[in-house]
Write a protein that binds this ligand. Structure first.
Ligand SMILES: [Zn+2]
Length: 191
């Protein structure tokens, strides 16, 4: 198969799917619509098993001029640094998922301040939505998925030990100098 093969495996990379989730029949690869890629179709009942993207959310959390990151205690990317994040549950808002994951992973209550970016990559099942946030409460401590939690100044970010491509790209975007909000804002600066 071509590059579409990745779409037919489980999200954890162990694949492929073999059985119909509706009747247990065998799934076969078949072109359903002429201009679409092949789909997994049940040979017994005709059920089309669409494999949709998964949505993950992350929060770049700022506190006292630093950025909170955790070192992953789970695969993939065990031992690498990432900002808190995880999969969005069905029916959950992106914002609620970002706050929930941050509380679970580093113990912080946050307020989201802006959308940093949305990251997707060819052949990859996960779409990552990244927010910037400020810590407004809670106690900073690592959850079960963290080896440690640390606050990094912008010039201390461990660029060579980040967990994912989206981690690097979102941090670069977040730390990129931005134009002042308005000409007036520039004129009143005193630093
Ligand atoms: Zn079936």
């Amino acid at each position: 198969m071509d590059g579409g093969a990745v779409e037919f495996v489980h999200d954890d990379g162990t694949g492929p799917y073999r059985h119909c989730p509706r009747c247990g029949g065998s799934l076969v690869e078949r072109v359903v619509m002429p201009h679409d890629p092949p789909r997994l179709v049940c040979a017994a009942c005709g059920f089309v098993f669409y494999l949709d993207p998964k949505v993950a959310v992350g929060a770049i959390c700022r506190t006292q001029g630093k950025i909170l990151m955790l070192r992953r205690a789970i695969e993939p990317a065990y031992g690498k640094w990432v900002f808190p994040g995880g999969y969005v549950d069905r029916g959950e808002t992106l914002e609620a998922a970002a706050r929930r994951e941050t509380l679970e992973e580093i113990g912080a209550d946050i307020r989201l301040t802006r959308l940093v970016g949305v990251y997707s990559y060819a052949g990859r099942p996960v779409i990552v939505v990244v927010y910037e946030a400020e810590v407004v409460g809670g106690g900073i401590r690592g959850g079960e998925e963290a080896l440690e939690v640390r606050a990094f100044a912008p010039d201390e970010i461990p660029w060579d030990a980040l967990a994912f491509r989206s981690t690097r790209e979102a941090l670069m975007e977040c730390l990129r100098p931005r134009a002042p909000e308005s000409p007036g804002a520039r004129e009143t600066r005193r630093d």
